[in-house]
Ligand binder design. Structure first.
Ligand code: AMP
Length: 425
């Protein structure tokens, strides 16, 4: 049989240790900010009943029509890999009766999402998101607070030039009127619309608004705007959000074309952009989804949330060269020469690890010089050298890698000495 070599599935990537720490830096900075502000971490399963996403995200959206990873399990149940976090969390909120907890319930998540997207830089079929939800509060101050929190995270990460765009898309009272006006307008200009937008017009007309097609863009210059159709309540709510942002000195841009890709949004929608061009510029976005809980069989519950891509943030940080210092834990490299010494080295590494001293080395077949060169490359502060002579005498050589100074220690004293030098108490 021919040898088969496997590769990662298209659109998915391996994250190797040398880049992992940047991802960890992004997620831990976010988690810290969310925890500080009173959010609790939630984890929901990767697999959900397919209906959770179809009912909430909505048919006629790209995510549901083209991108969802759906499967039938061995019991003929229709399941889907999570393409986003909010629907599963709303399902969990209802399932666990979280409506009886003090409101609002603040939740955050760090999870991988799956979308059968067209892969390119910044767009993958498995990607990581940071996200949060404030459930059970309709006040516009919550929308502003979520935006503030995300701004704080991006600022702490030292992301350069993040911009915020915001819009309101109304609710069940006023959106149908807007939708009608939009469809009338687009129908009247159907001939000039790009092919893909004619399809969107038939299935989900609001999606035409964020079309990147040049011919559609021309038509959009005069398209009816959501803000002109808001009912009094929606208008007041949006004015409230903007007032809070103004009050707190947050810069934003009103973008009447901003609608976001998922159906469950109501009222406020917002999006953060980085410096990159095109469709991959969005670092994250969110908004209100006051109608979602009813769609999933719960009682009406107002909520606002945010979801952001981790890879996009990492790419921005890498491009801007604002990376966190690579964590290099102080570690001991144990080098040995000859069989009995190798055994002694192996034993010493275990003793060091038992004593909470990070240590590596041992089963080398190279000479001491090559082993020390490797220790140097790893950037360890100390090496322990065990040769035949040391084994016979029950000693080891402790080498300070920075100065090259070596001293002889009794074998049984090494762990305590290294604990002392590393300040391990
Ligand atoms: P969305 O739910 O589509 O608004 O996604 C939230 C954020 O996740 C976006 O702003 C992106 O930063 C990120 N994102 C969405 N889809 C992908 C993808 N296929 N690959 C990488 N990041 C993504």
């Amino acid at each position: 049989m021919a040898k088969q070599q496997f590769q990662t599935v298209r659109g998915m990537y391996d994250l190797l240790p040398e880049r992992r720490y940047i991802f960890d830096y992004v997620t831990s900075t976010f988690a810290r900010a969310a925890e500080d502000a009173g959010y609790g971490r939630i984890e929901t399963p990767v697999l959900e009943d397919e209906g959770v996403f179809l009912r909430s995200i909505g048919e006629g959206t790209d995510v549901v029509d083209k991108e969802i990873y759906a499967l039938t399990d061995r019991g003929d149940k229709r399941l889907a890999l999570r393409p986003e976090g909010t629907a599963g969390i709303a399902r969990a909120y209802i399932e666990h009766g979280m409506g009886s907890r003090p409101q609002p319930v603040r939740l955050y998540y760090l999870e991988e999402m799956f979308r059968y997207d067209r892969p390119q830089e910044g767009r993958y079929r498995q990607h990581q998101q940071i996200g949060l939800e404030v459930i059970g509060e309709a006040n516009p101050s919550q929308d502003a607070q979520v935006i503030m929190l995300i701004q704080r995270v991006y600022k702490r990460l030292r992301l350069p030039n993040v911009t915020l765009q915001i819009n309101s898309i109304g609710d069940a009272t006023c959106r149908p009127k807007y939708r009608k006006a939009l469809v009338e307008y687009l129908e009247a200009h159907k001939k000039q619309l790009a092919e893909v937008d004619r399809e969107r017009l038939a299935k989900n007309p609001l999606r035409v608004l964020d079309s990147k097609e040049p011919s559609t863009q021309v038509i959009l210059a005069e398209v009816p705007q959501t803000l002109n159709y808001l009912c009094d309540d929606c208008q007041q709510h949006f004015a409230g959000v903007l007032e809070y942002l103004d009050d707190l000195g947050i810069n934003y841009e009103l973008n009447p074309m901003l609608v976001r890709g998922l159906d469950y949004y109501t009222r406020t929608v917002f999006e953060f952009y980085g410096e990159r061009e095109g469709a991959q510029a969005s670092l994250g976005g969110g908004g209100r989804y006051d109608g979602l809980f009813e769609q999933l069989g719960g009682t009406p519950t107002p909520a606002v949330g945010f979801a952001g891509g981790v890879e996009r943030v990492v790419l921005e940080l890498e491009a801007a060269g604002v990376l966190p210092p690579e964590p290099k834990p102080d570690r001991v490299y144990v080098a040995s020469l000859g069989e009995p010494a190798r055994l002694a080295a192996f034993r010493l590494i275990e003793q060091l690890l038992d004593g909470n001293v990070p240590a590596t080395g041992a089963v080398d077949r190279d000479g001491i010089g090559a082993q020390l060169a490797r220790a140097d490359k790893l950037g360890v502060p100390y090496a322990v050298i065990i040769g035949q002579k040391e084994v016979k005498e029950g000693t080891v050589l402790l080498r300070d890698m920075a100065t090259g100074a070596q001293e002889t220690l009794k074998e049984e004293a090494v762990v305590a000495e290294l604990r002392r030098r590393f300040g391990i108490t």
